[in-house]
Design a protein around this ligand. Sequence first.
Ligand code: ACM
Length: 271
Amino acid sequence: MKLSVLQFNPIHKNVQKNYELIENYLLSLKDSIVVLPELATTGYLFESREEIIDLAEEVPNGHFTKLLENIAKKNNLVIVSGVAERDGEKVFNSSLLVSKSGFIGKYRKINLFYKEKNVFEEGEKLEVFDVNFMDQSLRIGVMICFDWFFPEISRKLKLMGAQIIAHPSNLVLPYCPKAMPIRALENKLYTITANRIGMEKNQNETLKFIGQSVICSPKAEYLLKLNENDEGIFSIETDIIINENITKYNNLSQDLKKLYEKEQLRSNFKR
Ligand code: ACM
């Protein structure tokens, strides 16, 4: 199975140009699951909802979903991308998932980071999607950037059956690429973190994005680890094999079940 990331530098507030960039990159890729960064069509740094609302679009009825559906169909791709999603007067920091069969679903970011709290509504629901790809049935969970900081998010995706976590990101702090092998190990799944590169300036603030997109295995390996300036599509080949055994005596799902059954802990874990 080919797993890929698109690491690139979206142009701030230039949605048309970002459509073109994304289309050109993706048309060079075939037969792959590919993850794009968070907010790939708009860029990241906004001060208010008013500043982004006219750049945001409906999902799945907006242009970006259609564009990705067409590319997925043409090149046999499963695509997960960040997008600013407009729903009436609300804007969500969302990710959408399409395959050659069309739109599969979307996830709205739950853990908003920094000034995103002034811009977006919070999502409320985690999603794991059934995807048929290359004669395999896969369950793909989605989280967005800062969601990684909360181990509950990837654990819950695991409990919902995720085998792969697709993770569109716009990282500015240095920690996530170090943590993702552990998220993959402790949940026995594959993670694909696609981060952006470059700088963005808005009013008095400049942010630098750290690149370093990573694909991690359930054995805590980096199957891919990019540098902070790498730009383009990067792919690896791997079988998606989930072995839940940690030792002869420990199986992750069975041990988790027992853990959650313990009376004292049950009240602490809302499942
Ligand atoms: C982030 O959540 N964009 C850091």
